[in-house]
Design a binder for this molecule. Sequence first.
Ligand SMILES: NC(=O)C1=CN([C@@H]2O[C@H](COP(=O)(O)OP(=O)(O)OC[C@H]3O[C@@H](n4cnc5c(N)ncnc54)[C@H](O)[C@@H]3O)[C@@H](O)[C@H]2O)C=CC1
Ligand SMILES: N[C@@H](CC=O)C(=O)O
Ligand code: NA
Length: 433
Amino acid sequence: MKSIKVGIAGLGTVGSGTVNVLKRNAGEIARRVGQPIEIAHIGARRENPACDISGIRVSRDVFDVANDPDVDILVELIGGTDVARELVLTAIGNGKHIVTANKALIAEHGNEIFLAAQEHGVDVAFEAAVAGGIPILKALGEGLAANHINWVAGIINGTGNYILTEMEQGARGFEEVLAEAQALGYAEADPTFDVEGVDAAHKLTILASIAFGIPLQFSKVYMEGISRITIEDVNSAAQFGYRIKHLGIARDTGNGIELRVHPTLIPQEIMLAAVNGVMNAVMIDGDAVGPTLYYGAGAGAEPTASAVVADIIELGRELTVDHHERVPYLGFHTDQMSDEPVLTIEDVSCGYYLRLHVQDKAGVLADVTRILSDNRISIEAMVQKEVDEGLVPIVILTHRVREGDMNEALKRIAALDTVDNDIMRIRVETLDA
Ligand SMILES: NC(=O)C1=CN([C@@H]2O[C@H](COP(=O)(O)OP(=O)(O)OC[C@H]3O[C@@H](n4cnc5c(N)ncnc54)[C@H](O)[C@@H]3O)[C@@H](O)[C@H]2O)C=CC1
Ligand SMILES: N[C@@H](CC=O)C(=O)O
Ligand code: NA
């Protein structure tokens, strides 16, 4: 079977994440694209223990990848603007499509790169460049394309948000938390880009162009970072009912576009205020849709790779399939549908909240808990409430259990003479990933 051949330049945090996601999900990705995606060539100064590249051709010089006639799509993950610009222009000149996570490159040289791509009839995709794994460029450029966009406001630097959150929740100092964000692979090669707002300004530049149809104008973004924020500021803001978040804001005022990146007090009760750690969130207000909110991991190896690989898939689809089925109707190709069964509710597992009324007698609770344990149900918490009309309300939270087992247990519990048979059951989902 033919395959789409990608060349990956740069094998750091995002490069290794991209290799791992492409390899781990290769089967599903091929079903979505219609052909396998093959990593044909990697450009890296050294191997990265975070991923296995055995069997893949490796060059020390990334230009070998951009000049490899076998490569259909060049994935630029080296970062920086000088070599990256030259590399991408070289690959475009060789007729290759480009995927990049590099917001500095797009914000500062995007106008030139898009022109070159147009001349050579190739595409440039950069979903990973803004808000990491959140498909925000797709949402803004396609999903909201009917709207006049009024404003975009977001937490778009994971490192900065991680630092502010840790300072607030752990009362820890700036330098210590920054070092941790670097170790986790969130920070830019030069972390002043994160803490002084440069990275957020790169991303805002891109968002604003897609929101308002203006050229990329990085030099016009007003930029302030978080490096002067102290724990005292965080605490004082809290006393007034605010949290400090580093926001990128792009607003169409009717008289011009505001483009600004700075620490901002926002009310504690709004959703953006609850975005913590490396998570990003972007709010977009469109004239038709109203306010919308997009949330997810803004940095890190695999969240970023999620967007890089989605771009590879999109370009792969353009290379392989009939135009009318570029994105297959149901996401996967019609001849690649899975016959994995849909579970009946009895086979679904979740936690349960149970509220029952029992007689105020010795041994009743023991009967109930024994029936639960007979059915492999373990109790997470149990509370006995005030006696109500001669019966004692009991509330039980259980750990995750198969619904069929819970049904068996509830049938037996309801049959006890000492338990009212009107038992309330609500399923519990903590939704932790
Ligand atoms: N780390 C993250 O969470 C995110 C990173 N990005 C962007 O992704 C890109 C890559 O970032 P990371 O993977 O974090 O950086 P990184 O520093 O971990 O990886 C970059 C790799 O490229 C290599 N490299 C640089 N210049 C090279 C050259 N001339 N030849 C060969 N290898 C070269 C470096 O040795 C390093 O291994 C950057 O543009 C960054 O802004 C975007 C979203 C999130
Ligand atoms: N350094 C960036 C990485 C993702 O874009 C961040 O912390 O958000
Ligand atoms: Na994104």
